[in-house]
Design a protein around this ligand. Sequence first.
Ligand code: GAP
Length: 488
Amino acid sequence: MAKIAKLDDIVSLCKRRGFIFQSSEIYGGLASCYDYGPLGVELKNNVKKAWWKAAVQMRDDVVGLDCSILMHPMVWKASGHADKFADLIAECKKCNTRTRVDHLKDHAEEHTEHVNIDTELAAKQDLSCKVCPSCGKVGQFTEPMPFKLMFETQMGANVDDSMTLYLRPETAQGIFANFRNVLDSARVKVPFGIAQIGKSFRNEVTTKAFIFRTREFEQAEIEFFCEPGTDEKWYEHWKEFRFNWYTNLGIKKENLRFRDHDPDELAHYAKACVDVEYKFPFGSGDWQELEGIANRTDYDLRQHQRGMRTLNNWFESGCDLTKVNLKEEADDYHKGPLSYFDEQARKRYIPYVIEPSAGIDRSTLAFLVDAYDEEEVKGNTRNLLRFHPALAPTKAAVFPLVKKDGMPEIAHNIHDDLKKYFTCSYDQAGAVGRRYRRQDEAGTPFCITVDGQTKEDNTVTIRDRDSMEQTRVATDKLLNYVRGKLDI
Ligand code: GAP
């Protein structure tokens, strides 16, 4: 039976083997920011490739996009983020630590990803029984107050005419802002989706659990546009599609589940939302959000139509978006610039949107946790990462059994051939058993060993990481043998 990894095991393996490092570690580190090392960047790139392949390459109804991180400020006014994207926080009067109110209630374990600012709700929060997670004092909190989650920056060299911009807190809005461009250029018809992978930024009050919640992270999002009335069918489709993506890539079914959002938990734009949760090895009850799948209705496209109509007011009020009132919708809003004429149905409407929104870093963590294993082999502990071959940072390692008798030359040739097609490493240092263990810990699915027999019959051994079984394969069949196992 696979060992259940503890977060500490994962963090230490990631540092030891060069998957993930603390950012700016030489200066003491920067909280909640992480760097991906040589194995980590390969793993994360493979997660992105697998997502893109399933979401875009293999589907005829989804196209890709790559938007800039900085966008016009009206995007965030129209989307609701400028006014509503915040956490409620309270400050401990004794130690001045600021904590998210929902974290206090749930003892710093359960969470929602973000909440809407609701001043009425804030006033009602009773914190008299709550414990400060920093100093342990009870009920010594200020009134809850909203804490904005978007990072601000300035564009332009001159103080007087510089413009306040935001680092995007989700990639989704770049997709909505380009809906018309894609519609007019890509010969797509509703129902269709637009997919994007990219960095997002949130000034999270509390970060936690390694790369689970950070202030800079990568998202993989699809906005799938469909005719109103068909949205519930597509919602079910995407739930199943995304769940299967994780299990096809090796996540154990028993570690994955759906959790529907309660009505009071829904984001300001959503009619329905379900989380795909993974049983992470931390937190209360362990189950934590891996991905959200939301029915965003026509909220975003309608809001951007209102944003387009309102633009002049923004110039009048300078950069203060809070002073801008979005213009009321025209009665015929469904015929506006972001509407769609459905030739088959002979009608015009603003499409509804189903949004599967995954975190690349969070998925990477889940793949690491799920792959982690320890087992006893002949009285020794073997640490390994049982990655699906498509995700493994290095697909194959090539060894000469010994550093003589022409074996290194043959092994180098094999390595040079294979690395044209997939990531491959060469290792001749130490006993072959130790080389196997090094590759097990890096999650390499295949080790190829050149031995005395190779010179005689042009065969090598391939040792399988999971079963440790060795098979003899002809050198000219190696490429197809390994490639055949990499497909998802
Ligand atoms: N566009 C919808 C949206 O952004 P979300 O639930 O806030 O929805 C989607 O985020 C996913 O992005 C989450 O399920 C999670 O995987 C990832 N994510 C969100 N905030 C994160 C953070 N601070 N650190 C790492 N991943 C995060």
